[in-house]
Write a protein that binds this ligand. Sequence first.
Ligand SMILES: [Zn+2]
Length: 209
Amino acid sequence: MRSSPVYGNDIATCRLRAAPKVAKITTLPAILRCPAAMNNPELLTILRYPDPRLHKVAQPIAHVDDRVRAIIPRMLATMYDANGIGLAATQVDIHERLIVIDVSEERDQPLVLINPELEWASEETRKGEEGCLSVPGIYDGVDRAVAVRVRALDGDGKSRVIEAEGLLAVCIQHEMDHLMGKVFVEYLSPLKRNRIKTKLQKAERAAHA
Ligand SMILES: [Zn+2]
């Protein structure tokens, strides 16, 4: 997820843009300060809407093994590099239930959610502006539960319960949608969605012209 330039996290985003790139990698917590993570994790390519691969349903991860632990620092590095606050594996063409998030202003509190399951969502919803690393330059309002409780494995394979509200709750819901093959623009009207599709396809063509 990309934080909105209009609401909420705009200050954090501005600060982030001004920060030197290297700081994002070196402020990872101890668990990620392994040689593989410090060794400039290779960035992954983020799929762009309307790429049909964004609609694949991700499969559960059977074991949090070295293979999975090698993907996590690459996803985090890709998210930080793109100034995102969340990235689902689906967005980097890995169709497994893995999400990385960091909604902190200092960009030093990465959260890893493996096989996330929604245990509870508040009845109260709120419409907030959302953006997405797979839908560059597009922001629009989406109704989300204001609070959620999610059970997931962390990067060590330990089961954790995360209670979230505000921006983190929105980000978790947005990223969990990705794992189900859903992009936030699908909450918008068909007319708006088609406009976005056309705009992004034009931009893509211009980039390759
Ligand atoms: Zn997204």
